[in-house]
Ligand binder design. Sequence first.
Ligand SMILES: Cc1ncc(COP(=O)(O)O)c(C=O)c1O
Length: 390
Amino acid sequence: MSRTNDVTSIFLAAGQDPDLINLAGGLPEPSVWPVAELADLAAEVVRDHPGETLGYGPIPGLPALRDLIAARFSTPETQLSRDNVLITTAGMQALELTGKVLLEPGGVIAAQSPAYLGALDAWIPHEPRYRPMKPGSNDYDPFAALDGAQFGYTVPNFSNPSGRLVTLAERRELVAAAHATGTWLIEDDPYGVLYYDGTPLPRMLHLSGAENPGPYDGPIIYMGSLSKELTPGLRIGWVIAAPEMIAAMAAAKQGSDMCTAGLSQMLALRAFQRRIPERILPKMLETYRARRDALCDAMRDHLADHLDWQVPAGGMFVWATARDARLDTDALLPRALEHGVCISPSSVFDPEGRDRRSLRINFTLNAPDKLQEGARRLARAIRALLEETP
Ligand SMILES: Cc1ncc(COP(=O)(O)O)c(C=O)c1O
């Protein structure tokens, strides 16, 4: 754990400066949170359910919440029961527990590349080796990547950091590879509701369930979270997987936190029952879609000479790649901070730390005028860096 990441420390510290435009994090817009309704629900559940909210609870989660998640994600072909569901202390714990359960020291993870920084951090103690999977690239072969790996890791909906949507054909191929190789495959899905364009693609969990209809016991380890759908502070997530995997992860969870906070679980249960995530979704999508468009318009105005990117159809990030090979995005970070804007350089999403050609830009936290100013400042920082680079 002594292997700290300097770049991460810089941008976390920079987030404290009020004059800085922070395009580095992956934070939601707080005005979409249903604060008054959640406050009333919190008072109600503590008063009416002191045992569940204030006492220790069962390690795998409150039975009623596990049942609700099982029903919510069941389809005619993929039948889920409580035994398929583990409630976790948000998505980060689900990632950490998978490492505890599956990773032997130095084992191989076949990970979609570039990869979510938090997942890389969660698995550092096991010192894994990585086999990159780049759907869409010429040498992409999910069978070869998953064969002999301890597990595969993917974020099919608007990956963090790349914003990429894994296509239906690629999802089918990944599921087929997991079934053929017998390798567990994580489908990490915090952005699954954040589609701004198009119709949501089927989850790999359901594509896998359709191969053997009935009670689910396939190789997909699906991870959901309330962090983007409702609020991150509740720290509620869930894993849906074969019962044997859920039992192993529950055993590992005992040594992590004994149980996820009962108050948060009861709030999540009531929020789902009252359809709060569904009610706040339209405003969230409208806000984030407008911000995505504002950022991409501003990038076209100010950054098109320096960066290439694709407009993401959902999620929270634009991934941009430098046109000029001299533009090292680790070197750009301190220049950007001097110009009052913060971005995430690609090196932090590469287990080897070698990719210095791209950057991740978040569009959900800032209003359109701030995004425009952020793009302007970033363009100035890039020009300054290129002028001083031979
Ligand atoms: C791909 C991915 N997985 C998991 C997480 C973890 O989120 P949380 O622990 O808040 O559920 C994040 C957070 O940004 C993420 O982007």
